[in-house]
Design a protein around this ligand. Structure first.
Ligand SMILES: Nc1ncnc2c1ncn2[C@@H]1O[C@H](COP(=O)(O)OP(=O)(O)O)[C@@H](O)[C@H]1O
Ligand SMILES: [Mg+2]
Length: 425
């Protein structure tokens, strides 16, 4: 695109050069001033783009003004009487320039000024000659053509400019729609994966639970029976029992995750739930100190939320943020504001920490179950969060930004609309 533009400019420059050379080769060839003026016109023409870019405010006026002056000088050096010079069409140069760069009134004004500059040669001419009716008519015709050219070029440029703006707007809209589509697709993919994994783990967990119960029961019986006669075997049986307990707890969590959620909403203040979660995590926190910065917009609407589930959402997210900043401490920014997303009114919560952030290759996956980078993590936190937010017809996304740390943006709609924003789940 850029290249194309550049090559078009240089093509125009060549045309200008040929045009000015042509004028230079025409009589009066030995008139030094005429050739100098032509040279100056060439220079201004070449520098025009740069002048306008450097002085966006006055550049256009400056260029047109200089061109009018040069045209007037050229006329003076190409005829006995300036007004009779056959070079008078040189005024088309400033006139067309004005028509390209100004609106309708600006163009009319500059054309009037160029015409006035041309007519100024009437004054010396009238000192020696009188103006015949034919002469006056000729002059009027020339000036009328100045205006005609100006208005035609101006109309054309304005129309062109309007179309360009229109295309730009359409292009911007398309980009936005594209972005929304990509987001929706990613969300749909996530929901599909969640559903499939959820079913699988539910089935598996269910099947594993029964044998686990039997193993645990047997180990406890063994433990009791062997308590005195064989301490080693008894100790081993104790391990079996405690490990089975762990496995059983894990299975219960899987099942919790896989079970369809039954949400019971009430109109609640998002900030209350958030404060509750912030308080519980901070109370249990044993790592480096973390500063919490709250920015809650006043007058926030109440949102239909399931109290327990949403507190769980915030607990998981806040816990993750604290764990991410655990080593060096940091600042946790919590912003809540009323906004609209895809034409739905709602409340947006933005949680931004100053931890290491989420690596690019993990962005797509972190909402999937069992994705974790922590030694003792299970990787269910965010998938549960995402499931709960989906159930509320809300959205959650990880911000893309160059700032340090991870930023999660959650949106809860104010009105529950059946089938709206279920995120493909
Ligand atoms: N605030 C955060 N900053 C950096 N990484 C995060 C953050 N929150 C989540 N993650 C990444 O996403 C993974 C999944 O989180 P989660 O589903 O809560 O599981 P878990 O906390 O058990 O690892 C984490 O292991 C971590 O790598
Ligand atoms: Mg977690």
């Amino acid at each position: 695109m850029n290249e194309e533009k550049q090559s078009r400019i240089s093509w125009m420059d060549v045309l200008w050069l040929l045009f000015l050379l042509g004028l230079a080769a025409l009589p009066p060839v030995w008139e030094r001033h005429k050739q100098l003026v032509l040279l100056a016109i060439g220079v201004v023409q070449l520098a025009e783009g740069r002048i306008i870019a450097n002085w966006p405010r006055y550049g256009r006026s400056l260029v047109v003004l200089i061109k009018i002056l040069l045209a007037t000088l050229l006329i003076n050096h190409t005829g006995e009487l300036g007004i009779n010079s056959s070079y008078y069409p040189i005024y088309y140069v400033p006139i067309v320039t004005a028509a390209i760069h100004f609106g309708s009134w600006g163009t009319l004004l500059w054309t009037a000024l160029a015409s006035a500059a041309y007519c100024s040669y009437l004054y010396p001419a009238l000192q020696e000659y009188t103006l015949t009716p034919t002469g006056a008519a000729e002059l009027a015709i020339r000036i009328m053509f100045f205006f005609l050219a100006a208005m035609v070029v101006n109309r054309f440029t304005l129309e062109n400019r309007r179309k360009t703006t229109q295309y730009q707007q359409v292009a911007e809209q398309l980009t936005e729609v594209n972005r929304q589509l990509e987001r929706a697709q990613a969300e749909a993919r996530r929901s599909e994966r969640l559903a499939a994994l959820g079913q699988l783990s539910a089935g598996l967990a269910h099947e594993i639970r029964n044998p686990l119960g039997v193993i645990k029961g047997s180990a406890e019986t063994l433990n009791r029976k062997l308590e005195d006669s064989n301490p080693l075997a008894s100790e081993l049986a104790g391990y079996i029992s405690s490990e089975v307990n762990r496995a059983s707890a894990l299975v219960t969590r899987f099942l919790d995750f896989a079970r369809p959620l039954r949400i019971e909403t009430r109109l609640l203040r998002v900030t209350d739930l958030l404060d509750q979660a912030l308080k519980s995590v901070a109370e249990q926190w044993k790592g480096e100190p973390i500063v919490v910065q709250r920015e809650y917009q006043g007058d926030l609407p109440l949102v239909p939320l399931d109290e327990n589930l949403c507190e769980q959402v915030f607990l998981n997210l806040v816990q993750n943020a604290y764990e991410a900043m655990g080593e060096d401490g940091g600042t946790f920014r919590v912003e809540v504001s009323g906004t609209s997303s895809n034409g739905r009114k709602g409340v947006q919560v933005r949680l931004k920490d100053t931890g290491p952030g989420v690596p690019a290759e993990m962005r797509e996956q972190i909402f999937n179950p069992f994705v974790t980078t922590k030694k003792t993590g299970v990787g269910l936190g965010l998938s549960i969060v995402s499931k709960i937010v989906d159930e509320h017809h809300g959205t959650i996304r990880l911000e893309k930004s160059d700032e340090k740390g991870a930023g999660f943006v959650i949106f809860f709609p104010v009105e529950e609309e059946a089938g709206q924003g279920a995120g493909g789940s």
